[in-house]
Unconditional design. Structure first.
Length: 505
């Protein structure tokens, strides 16, 4: 019996194809990039045909480098970027480029929706704030500005859903991806009739929904020729990239949490019920398992702040790292580690791109506060990491304030490679930090687990805890915990004191 699992992760910059065995071990991977288009300052699009090219080419290269036979692949499963809107015609062909998650052109549409249904209703039904980043605003923009496209649309799909259609000829999406649309009823696990009626979107234009581990079709003979797989291979729908990352980090039951550290960063939990925050600081996605949810808080510039630090003030470290064949971040961490926790009372507000959670303020700006003649570059470097970590603590505390108990936090993503930042987070959060074996492949592993559950290789999603190997553990340092506890309210006050300044800027 075939036991290999092929997972595709359709991200923002390209598609990562990965091959896993029945023990969750990564056999091989391949990446194929694609272009992003920016028609104006608010519009962000991609060509769905580029997705198909990326999937077919990366699959063929993956099979070649792995040395395995396509007959050994038991299932194909998916993870994908969320919150998009791709209009598909009755002939299955795209009618417009896909408006991806970063597209914010639907600002006017969001303001119109506020007149039809309250933001509190939207938050209670969907678990999310009303925002132009979600699919609803993009669909409404197409309806208002491309009426023929809207009229002729059979279904609005997500990125991964289009590839599933190309492989199987069937239209489908899943609960987790649907939960990033502003149109999905979290508790009922269905499209929201109340919202669709209020905003006048035709419900028949939204695809059928399935649990993330359901087989939604088989690879057709025509698709098999393009992709190099065996006709009849089962295809599991998979899920959105955030929920897939949670499963790939082993976060599938209540009490577990993970922190993704990339250009942006988020903290997410597994929960038996949606999480509603009075201040709407956080939001809730549907998780991969049916009846499980993923409360989340996302900040804009996490690793992005450290990248800015590298490019803006660490040219010497970049040049030296290049000579030594090292990452400049290793040298930056080494310098920052010589400075005590708290950076000798130097604070950094990491709002280089405005901020989502917890402030939801697009006007917020990055700021150093407390500079003195005693501070040097290593202080600045450490303050940047600590500033990002302070903001993540606010997100975490929004959950803790509601009595949610968290056992530990697993870190994944590119930023999780550094031991120094992991230790800062442990002391900042005053909790044990766990670092799994797979950091940047966690999302792919989550998609693979969904595929394995779908075809019976794994009994259920609980297997994620057994498959994920924890490589490193970090414990809080008591003196650093005390320092961060003293500076934490000052960090919050610093932001609040500058809100009007940010508005003027």
């Amino acid at each position: 019996m075939a036991k290999l699992i092929l997972a595709h992760d359709l991200g923002t910059t390209g598609n990562k194809a990965t091959l896993f065995d029945e023990n969750g071990c990564l056999i091989a991977s391949d990446f194929f990039g694609y272009e992003t288009y920016f028609p104006d300052s608010l519009s962000v699009e991609q060509n769905p045909e580029d997705y198909w090219e990326a999937v077919t080419i990366s699959t063929r290269r993956l099979i070649e480098k792995s040395g395995f036979n396509p007959e050994e692949i038991a299932v194909v499963s998916f993870s994908g970027q969320m919150m998009g809107a791709l209009p598909i015609g009755a002939d299955g062909k795209p009618l417009y480029r896909i408006l991806i998650w970063a597209d914010r052109r639907g600002v006017k549409e969001v303001n119109w929706v506020k007149e039809k249904i309250t933001e509190d209703q939207i938050y209670e039904i969907t678990g999310h704030r009303l925002s132009p980043n979600y699919s609803m605003a993009k669909i409404l923009w197409l309806k208002n500005n491309q009426p023929e496209v809207y009229k002729n649309t059979k279904y609005f799909l997500m990125a991964k859903d289009y590839i599933v259609y190309r492989l199987t000829g069937n239209y489908a999406s899943d609960y987790s991806d649907a939960s990033g649309t502003n149109l999905f009823d979290l508790v009922k696990e269905s499209w929201s009739d109340e919202i669709l009626d209020a905003v006048q979107i035709d419900p028949t234009k939204l695809p059928p929904l399935y649990s993330s581990s359901e087989v939604v079709g088989e690879i057709t003979s025509e698709a098999a020729i393009d992709i190099g797989l065996v006709p009849g291979t089962p295809v599991v729908i998979g899920g959105g990239d955030g929920p897939c990352a949670a499963a790939g980090a082993g976060v599938v039951r209540e009490g577990q949490a993970y922190n993704y550290l990339g250009s942006s960063s988020w903290i997410a939990l597994a929960s038996k019920s949606p999480f509603y925050d009075e201040g709407k600081r956080n939001f809730t996605f549907h998780h991969l398992p049916k009846g499980v949810f993923m409360p989340t808080g996302t900040m804009q510039a996490a690793g992005g702040s450290y990248q800015w630090c590298r490019d803006a003030i660490c040219e010497r470290e970049k040049a030296l790292a290049n000579e030594l064949g090292l990452s400049p971040y290793d040298l930056m961490n080494l310098e920052a580690s010589k400075i005590p926790a708290g950076s000798e009372n130097l604070l950094f507000l990491p709002y280089l791109l405005g901020e989502r959670a917890p402030w939801w303020n697009p006007h917020a700006r990055g700021t150093f506060i407390g500079l003195t003649a005693c501070h040097r570059k290593p202080h600045l470097i450490r303050a940047v990491l600590e500033g990002v970590s302070f903001n993540l603590r606010i997100i975490l505390d929004a959950f803790r304030e509601q009595g949610i108990k968290i056992e530990n936090i697993r870190i994944i993503g590119g930023g999780a490679r550094g031991t120094f930042w992991a230790q800062i987070l442990s002391s900042m959060f005053n909790i044990e930090i766990l670092r799994p074996k797979y950091l940047e492949e966690a999302t792919s592993l989550g998609a693979a687990i969904a595929g394995g559950v779908g075809v019976g290789i794994f009994p259920n999603f609980d297997v994620a805890e057994k498959l994920i190997e924890i490589r490193d553990y970090y414990q809080p340092i008591s003196e650093d915990v005390e320092t961060y506890n003293q500076l934490y309210p000052v960090f919050i006050q610093a932001y609040q004191s500058l809100v009007q300044v940010f508005e003027h800027l």
